[in-house]
Design a protein. Structure first.
Length: 395
């Protein structure tokens, strides 16, 4: 059993043990979905009004459920070799990064610094080919960039000509296998933040075509056509976990630092939606969640009753509103909002572990397919929270 497989089994068991704390739909029911399984923790959440996600909040959570504190032990290993694969030219001419936002350019530089040197590269889901551009400029080696949007290919081609670098573009739908020939001729395939099925296809097609090296930073695991996650590795296929798209979303759901106005509107909208949900359950006499479409944020400023009037029109419930006033449910929405925030703060403890589980599945699959694999972080989380990198070289 490899090191990755051992870690996967421990992590898999821990996630399965505490499934009820993270695998639930926030709006599905009025109460706490796991209060019977974790009665002490549930009672604590009802009593305490600590600032959610603060150190004090989690200290209390760990006191009532010590096993949750062990999440950190799954995330302290597997750091990429701190000495980069190459030395980047720090005084790159400014015209090389022209048109690329600063944070994105920094991500690309960090990714390239940890990318092994190769005789040639395939850039998967290239966009305008910014990653490939830096590789071609640094190494003066051929880069073949694959992208399904023709306009982006054309823009990338113009940029490559301007810089006089060995980068070519092909308009290709990689999900239809149109990148296989390029992979078969590639020494190293690279992909920075290829979403869901796109990076999954890269891994599977690279294995099938015997691509010598892979360097991938996965992203957006939930962007997949399958309703439930389809494991790649034998280890993950043996797991008792079934991951839904909602669970895959949790794996990449970071707590965003939004502006004050944006945070206020988000809180207001969620409060209104939860209040309306309480109203519709009572009015329809059906204890089930009723999804409501997206809303223009300006409507939120008109108050809770206006929101409910809009919602009943959207859902064809106008005949029920005369029997049951809306305003008495606003308070319920506020109370449920506080509960939802606490439940999601608990589920956030599992977010890094879920992402690690998914990264390990990919790493083990590549090991099973004859690759020597490294996984780790290629940059600090402040630069991008999707900072896992998988490096693989066929033995």
């Amino acid at each position: 059993m490899t090191s990755f497989q051992q870690r996967f089994q421990v992590l898999d068991t821990w996630l399965k043990t505490h499934t009820q704390l993270w695998q639930f739909d926030t709006f599905a029911r009025l109460g706490n979905p796991w209060e019977n399984a974790y009665p002490e923790l549930a009672s604590h959440l009802v009593r305490e009004n600590l600032e959610i996600e603060s150190e004090a909040f989690y200290a209390e959570v760990f006191q009532h459920c010590p096993d949750l504190k062990t999440a950190s032990k799954f995330l302290t290993s597997d750091l990429l070799d701190q000495s980069p694969q190459r030395t980047l030219t720090h005084d790159l001419p400014s015209y090389v990064s022209a048109g690329i936002k600063g944070r994105k350019w920094s991500q690309i530089q960090a990714f390239v610094a940890h990318t092994p040197k190769a005789n040639n590269y395939v850039e998967w889901c290239a966009g305008k080919g910014h990653l490939g551009k830096l590789l071609a400029f640094q190494d003066n080696k051929p880069v073949h960039s694959l992208e399904w949007q023709k306009t982006l290919c054309e823009a990338g081609e113009q940029e490559a000509k301007r810089l006089k670098i060995p980068q070519t573009f092909t308009h290709a739908d990689v999900l239809k296998g149109e990148g296989r020939t390029a992979l078969a001729n590639a020494h190293c395939a690279v992909a920075l933040h290829a979403c869901g099925d796109l990076h999954r296809e890269l891994i599977e097609q690279a294995v099938a075509t015997n691509t010598a090296m892979l360097c991938i930073s996965p992203c957006c695991y939930h962007l997949t056509q399958a309703s439930d996650y389809q494991p790649l590795s034998h280890s993950a296929q043996q797991s008792a976990l079934t991951l839904r798209q909602a669970d895959l979303k949790l794996a990449v759901k970071e707590v965003a630092t939004a502006g004050a106005r944006e945070q206020r509107l988000k809180q207001l909208e969620l409060t209104y939606r939860l209040g309306f949900d309480s109203w519709q359950r009572t009015a329809r006499q059906q204890d089930e969640y009723l999804p409501v479409p997206s809303i223009q944020k300006a409507l939120l400023n008109q108050g809770f009753v206006a929101f409910c009037q809009w919602a009943v029109e959207q859902k064809g419930l106008l005949h029920l509103q005369a029997n049951l006033p809306f305003d008495v449910f606003e308070r319920q929405g506020q109370q449920r909002y506080q509960q939802v925030q606490k439940l999601e703060a608990i589920s956030q403890l599992f977010r890094p572990a879920l992402e690690y589980w998914l990264v390990l599945d990919r790493a083990i699959y590549l090991e099973e397919s004859g690759y020597q694999v490294e996984i780790g972080k290629f940059c600090d989380k402040s630069l991008t929270p999707r900072n896992w990198m998988i490096r693989a070289e066929r033995k």
